[in-house]
Design a binder for this molecule. Structure first.
Ligand code: FNR
Length: 364
């Protein structure tokens, strides 16, 4: 039995293996009209292929809890029933093929209203733009709009939108919900002292900066069934200590471990461990498995299961991460874009049983 192809049980849910698909925006929904934010044929084909490819769990891309929370105008959303219905088709197919359907819920905060990456990823033009909001009126970088500072009432409304979107995700057939707390989007913007300069109950101390994240998780956990898991994606570090501009530290791994303990106490079942994204111009020392040590520390020091992500591309590498106890699962991003059948290839390379669809049985 390999570690990679052993099942993973969280609450009452058993995920058939530990090769999972990382959430990846497709920027492919319609922008205006009744199709706005609605999953279409592209999304169906994309996720269906990774299910037949053998991923144990698929985390559907960052899906916005409100129109203002979209990263790009072409993001998926879960703020209406048409969006809910369209996602049902995807979850049904995934379940039929033995893949657990999960979805990441997010709000882009000050990084909202940017263009698709293949059009440059800059703030969108006036025909598609909206005014972003954030904990403080600080732009992501020069040339980006200065966001409106959220009022406490608006913060509370967004907490409610996360809960509503989680309710819709459940109705759409998802079995895992992941709260997007990473990559410089709204929740991370509250956590990091680099983007949060508030002086009220949502800024300043660690307790205040984590308040929004914990309120969102609390609201999601309340509507999500007790037998199904909730994940939280974190940026385990901003990769900034002693910010040269004003001497402020960013969000650190120590902060993440402290937060992980709080999340665990509030019913989060797994931390999906990424890093970075809070501002531009930060050098990140990337390389194979470069974020794995963060997943290990959180797992060890907070006692919370973790998933490792970032430049995991090789079956032996993935197996070693799990066998060494660095993480409970690996999430693959770009490697699964290159090759939807990576899980089958990895099973063959490691001598584990493949889970090819019956229709492809002759290809064993
Ligand atoms: C991403 N990533 C990402 N992360 C996230 O939390 N939510 C998202 O919706 C997206 N969207 C997205 C789109 C595309 C096209 C890419 C390539 C990446 C980050 C992704 O989940 C993963 O953390 C990184 O890609 C690193 O893993 P890999 O690609 O090295 O396996």
């Amino acid at each position: 039995m390999t570690a990679l192809f052993s099942p993973c049980t969280l609450r009452s849910l058993t995920i058939p293996n530990r090769v999972w698909m990382a959430p990846m925006c497709q920027y492919s929904a319609e922008v205006f009209g009744p199709g706005a934010g609605v999953a279409n044929d592209w999304h169906f084909a994309h996720y269906a292929a990774r299910a037949t490819g053998g991923a144990g769990l698929i985390l559907v891309e960052a899906t916005a809890v409100s129109p203002e929370g979209r990263i790009s105008p072409a993001d998926l959303g879960l703020w209406n029933d048409t969006q809910t219905q369209a996602l049902r088709r995807i979850t049904s197919f995934l379940k039929e093929h033995g893949t657990v359907p999960g979805i990441q819920l997010g709000h882009a905060g000050r990084k909202a209203a940017t263009d698709r990456p293949w059009r440059g990823g800059e703030p969108v033009g006036p025909d598609e733009a909206w005014q972003p909001s954030a904990p403080s009126a600080l732009p992501y970088e020069e040339g980006h709009p200065v966001p409106d500072e959220l009022t406490v009432e608006q913060i509370q409304r967004i907490v409610g939108e996360f809960a509503d979107a989680a309710r819709r995700a459940l109705a759409a057939g998802f079995q895992v919900v992941e709260v997007h707390g990473a990559h410089g989007y709204l929740i991370h913007e509250f956590l990091s002292p680099l983007s949060n300069r508030r002086t009220d109950a949502y800024g300043g101390s660690f307790e205040n900066r984590t308040r929004f994240a914990l309120e969102v998780v609390g609201a999601v956990r309340e509507v999500w069934p007790g037998e199904l898991p909730v994940f939280f994606r974190t940026s385990a570090t901003d990769w900034v200590t002693e910010n040269p501009e004003d001497g402020r530290d960013g969000w650190t791994t120590g902060d993440t471990i402290r937060l992980a303990r709080e999340l665990r106490a509030r019913g989060v079942d797994l931390m999906d461990v990424s890093t970075g994204g809070i501002t531009s111009g930060i050098r990140i020392p990337t390389g194979p498995g470069y974020q794995v040590p963060f997943a290990r520390r959180i797992r060890e020091e907070a006692g919370l299961p973790t998933a490792a992500v970032g430049l995991v591309t090789d079956p032996q590498q993935a197996e070693k991460i799990l066998a060494a106890g660095d993480a409970d699962a690996v999430l693959l991003g770009r490697e699964l874009l290159r090759d939807p059948y990576w899980p089958h290839r990895a099973a063959a390379a490691l001598g584990a049983a493949k889970r090819l669809p019956d229709q492809y049985g002759w290809a064993v």
